[in-house]
Design a protein around this ligand. Structure first.
Ligand code: ATP
Ligand code: PRP
Ligand code: NIO
Length: 487
């Protein structure tokens, strides 16, 4: 595991403006003021109706090692402003050298269904630290959640099939490939071709062979024979190098030899052409020759839409190898998560709630020390309510649509609920036990089964209700009015 990812824990994994602000906070003596920041997104990716949270484990590892090394400090000391003078004075660099992560961090566990405006991560602590973390937290959570969601969409169209992630060669660099393998597994894939990720994250690794293997022999048949002879316990033959259906016939002949030696032709792989037609014809050939338990694997620029279409066409494909369009989230290459200040502690210990105005209501941030309450009825998620943890109320809970106060919902005793953000760090110390990858994966699968299925469809999905608790709605409305009035 020596692939150096260059940034492990490095506090330089940030945008310069976080450091210019940190410098400003430090200079003005505000650096230790307690702040609350929330990480959330405003719109589901892929025009979908859900997102799977992912990336918290990477966040934890990043924060556990968070520091400015001697060489980081030396680099910052070398930066100069427009006048050629150092950008940062030495006292500030000394401060950074000693800086230790000391915030509280609460987060929604990985593998949870999450929705627009909900804080996935809440950081509470010295404003200087909260600010410095923005870029790294967004980088990690935006990408991993995006890929886990893409993987879940692919799983939805092939609930019973084997799904293999083949993306490393086309991923956005080594780190993109490695983290995508983990996120894809959490989102519902069964294995990866990425051996590094397999070992690092304990993900099953799977592989067939490439066209080059076939091309390196005088004939396809000889290539298949040699492969079967060398690795009789892992024979999945790529049959499309020259002529797919002739390739299947060659594979069947090799399969007969394997059988004689108590081995099995596990599968054939189709990587070009009309995958519906070719899989149906291949299935017939295999079945007619007694290879009913030989699987058909397909690959070639697949995604959830093509797989869905192939299934509708009656394709007889048992396993899908999906690369490029999964690990690059081809049709939407970024999740637009943001990280906003929502409260600052006053000297009397109470919170000064903060709000960012915008002409677009969806872009107005939400003030408060935010938490998300998920209401369920008979095991089905009904709605999520964002509330200010500092508020207390009695009796029934009232939730208001964030952008339309005429839409309200009440929750009485008939509902069960769960607060989604859980403590991860307290005063910089890890207080949560991180779940294993299998638990996270199972959580994601359970979550997808616990929601109205219209939420999961691809075209015009049903909108799952997310609202603001009444007191929070009132606070937000009051602050908007005050800001608009120029206070
Ligand atoms: N029956 C089908 N219905 C819908 N899409 C399909 C079907 N069969 C294959 N596809 C998809 O169509 C695309 C075909 O790719 P392309 O046009 O590059 O042809 P190809 O057969 O792969 O040729 P090449 O030999 O260049 O790889 C791929 O994304 C593939 O997954
Ligand atoms: O298509 P993806 O979803 O990215 O899956 C991975 C692809 O990588 C391999 O192909 P290769 O690199 O040889 O390229 P090609 O078959 O697409 O030419 C494999 O045969 C798949 O086609
Ligand atoms: O094992 C395979 O078949 C494989 C692995 C990576 C990319 N394409 C195919």
């Amino acid at each position: 595991m020596t692939l150096d990812n260059h940034y492990s824990g490095s506090a330089l994994l940030t945008d310069l403006y976080q450091l210019t602000m940190a410098y400003g906070y430090w200079k003005s003596g505000k650096g230790e003021e307690q702040a609350v920041f929330n990480l959330y997104f405003r719109k589901h990716p892929f025009q979908g109706g859900f997102t799977i949270s992912c990336g918290l484990e990477s966040v934890v590892h990043y924060l556990e090692n968070y520091s400015f090394s001697e060489s980081d400090i030396a680099y910052l000391a070398s930066l100069t402003g427009a006048d050629g003078q150092p950008l940062f004075e030495s006292g500030f660099l000394e401060y950074l050298r000693e800086l230790k992560f000391s915030c509280d961090l609460d987060a929604i566990p990985e593998g949870t269904l999450v929705f627009p405006d909900e804080p996935l991560i809440r950081v509470t602590g010295p404003v200087i630290q909260c600010q410095l973390l923005e870029t790294a937290l967004l980088n990690i959570v935006n990408f991993e959640s995006l890929i886990a969601t893409k993987a879940a969409r692919i799983r939805l169209v092939a609930p019973e099939d084997t799904l293999l992630e083949f993306g490393l060669r086309r991923a956005q660099g080594p780190d993109g490939g490695i983290t995508a393998s983990r996120a894809a597994y959490i989102g519902g894939f069964d294995g990866t071709s990425n051996v590094f990720a397999g070992r690092k994250f304990n993900i099953p690794v799977k592989g067939t062979h490439a066209h080059s293997w076939v091309m390196s022999f005088p004939s396809e048949k000889e290539a298949f024979e040699a492969y079967a002879a060398h690795m009789p316990n892992n024979v999945i033959l790529l049959v499309d190098t020259y002529d797919t259906l002739k390739g299947v016939k060659n594979a069947i002949e090799v399969g007969r030899e394997l059988k004689k030696n108590n081995h099995r032709l596990l599968g054939v792989r189709l990587d070009s052409g009309d995958l519906a037609y070719l899989s149906i014809e291949s299935r017939k050939l295999l079945d007619d020759n007694g290879f009913t338990d030989t699987s058909i694997v397909a690959s070639n620029d697949l995604d959830e839409y093509i797989i869905k279409s192939l299934k509708e066409q009656g394709a007889r494909i048992d396993a899908w190898g999906v690369g490029t369009r999964l690990v690059t989230a081809y049709d939407q290459p970024a999740l637009g998560g943001v990280y906003k200040l929502s409260a600052l502690k006053k000297s009397d210990g109470t919170w000064d709630y903060k709000l960012k105005l915008s002409e677009q209501m969806v872009k107005v941030s939400t003030p408060g020390v935010l938490q998300v309450r998920r209401f369920s009825k008979n095991g089905v998620f009904v709605a999520d309510m964002i509330f200010n943890q500092e508020d207390e109320w009695e009796g029934e809970t009232r939730m208001i649509h964030p952008y339309d106060f005429t839409k309200q919902q009440s929750f009485g005793p008939g509902y069960s609920f769960e607060d989604l953000l859980v403590p991860i760090f307290r005063n910089g110390g890890l207080v949560a036990e991180l779940p294993g990858i299998t638990d996270i994966k199972e959580r994601a699968a359970r979550q997808l089964k616990s929601i109205y299925e219209g939420t999961l469809r691809f075209t015009n999905p049903h909108t799952y209700h997310v609202g603001l608790e009444k007191h929070l709605f009132d606070l937000k409305t009051r602050l908007i009015m005050e800001k608009r009035a120029g206070k």
